[in-house]
Design a protein around this ligand. Structure first.
Ligand code: SAM
Length: 231
């Protein structure tokens, strides 16, 4: 089963960008997922290919027009399409590993990348766009945000990560941050590796990793720690 991503953007040339590299790019080359970009300007109706206009009510910047974006969405994702339609937006629901897992279970995603001041609210409502934010800061456009979201989702798709790159233990999978890693050399600038990791006792290694994960989470992310104890 493939996972089909369609992106509506004013900058299709930015893709696949980082999504073409490493395991995610290999998955693309092996058709474990697909990526299609759509130039929003193709759906404009005037000879200047206008996609934006001034905000009703005044104020700075420009707003993406509802009619142009609606035509693009209807072309890419007709009513029979069951894939979620997302709008990358700093006021959207925060992207978390839970949401990433949810999206990885879908047949794919249709992602609208905003630009300028944003998107006319009427198309968000009429085309049922789910707004998703990658964090509490403002980017210049939705393209990098869409890449972040897709990279996180695609690496969970079956076959994308090899056994050697499993994600079971990773930060946020279990509500905890990941434990520290070590590898050769055995001594680096006078620092050794914790004895337990070279003891060969797998039970002890697991206990140490669990307790380091808990310690780090308590220290660095008291919000996650509190949530873990509430759920
Ligand atoms: N005026 C908008 C606001 O205050 O909410 C910000 C618009 S921003 C300059 C332009 C586009 O970048 C947005 O429409 C969105 O697609 C994208 N963007 C910016 N920050 C983002 C974030 N944190 N997460 C997801 N998308 C973001």
């Amino acid at each position: 089963m493939s996972f089909d991503a369609d992106i509506i953007t004013l900058f299709p040339e930015l893709f696949p960008g980082p999504l073409g590299a490493s395991v995610i790019g290999r998955g693309l080359a092996e058709n474990l997922w697909s990526l299609r970009t759509h130039q929003l300007r193709e759906f404009a109706s005037d000879k200047h290919r206008t996609v934006d206009d001034t905000p009703a009510g005044g104020g700075p910047g420009m707003v993406l027009r509802a009619d142009v974006l609606a035509r693009a969405i209807d072309h890419v994702s007709p009513e029979t399409d069951t894939r979620p339609r997302l709008l990358m937006s700093p006021r959207g629901e925060p992207l978390t590993q839970n949401l990433v897992r949810e999206f990885a279970g879908e047949a794919g995603l249709v992602i609208v990348c905003g630009r300028f001041e944003g998107v006319d609210q009427r198309v968000i409502d009429s085309r049922n766009l789910r707004e998703v934010s990658i964090g509490d800061y403002v980017l210049a456009g939705g393209e990098v945000a869409a890449m972040v979201l897709l990279e996180a989702v695609v690496r969970l798709l079956p076959g994308v990560l090899g056994k050697a790159e499993s994600h079971a233990d990773e930060s946020h999978e279990s509500g905890l941050l990941e434990y520290p890693h070590y590898t050769r050399p055995a001594i680096f600038e006078g620092q050794t590796i914790p004895d337990v990791l070279t003891s060969g006792d797998h039970g002890k290694v697991d206990d140490w990793r669990q307790s380091e994960s808990e310690k780090l989470t308590r220290l660095r992310r008291p919000d996650l720690w509190a949530k873990r104890h509430k759920d």
